[in-house]
Design a binder for this molecule. Structure first.
Ligand code: 5GP
Ligand code: ZN
Length: 113
């Protein structure tokens, strides 16, 4: 299975990449919902959080750690930031490849819509 985020991860489709290692890539969201809006994505095609097998628990942890590293680098760690993993229809997931949204640079509301 290949999708738009697989193509971005491999570099076939251009993106503004902010981070890359053997397992993970992070790039700017094309339709930002905050001054900082980055997607942290495993290179491996995993459709959603509910599809992550137990043996990939370390990868899940690393996605969150990379999000926090980027928050520090992008100077939103002190003011605060939000990470979001939309999963399935009710959450509004539109791309079927696991991704962590890193949002910051403005005050946000709770609960989310
Ligand atoms: P979801 O709604 O699935 O949680 O989030 C998908 C996100 O991917 C959306 O915020 C959308 O703007 C972003 N997105 C969709 N297609 C592309 C693309 O081709 N490039 C980039 N950089 N972001 C994309
Ligand atoms: Zn994919």
């Amino acid at each position: 299975m290949r999708c738009i985020f697989c193509s971005i991860a491999s570099g076939e489709i251009a993106s503004k990449k902010l981070y890359e290692d053997a397992e993970i890539v992070a790039f700017e969201d094309v339709n930002p919902q905050a001054p900082i809006h980055v997607l942290v994505v495993p290179k491996q095609h995993i459709p959603a959080l509910s599809d992550v097998p137990p043996e990939d628990s370390a990868l899940l942890g690393r996605l969150l750690l990379v999000a926090d590293q980027l928050a520090h680098r992008l100077l939103i760690a002190e003011s605060g930031y939000r990470v979001v993993i939309n999963t399935g229809v009710h959450a509004g997931q539109t791309v079927g490849h696991l991704h962590v949204h890193l949002l910051g640079g403005r005050a946000m509301q709770w609960p989310p819509g």
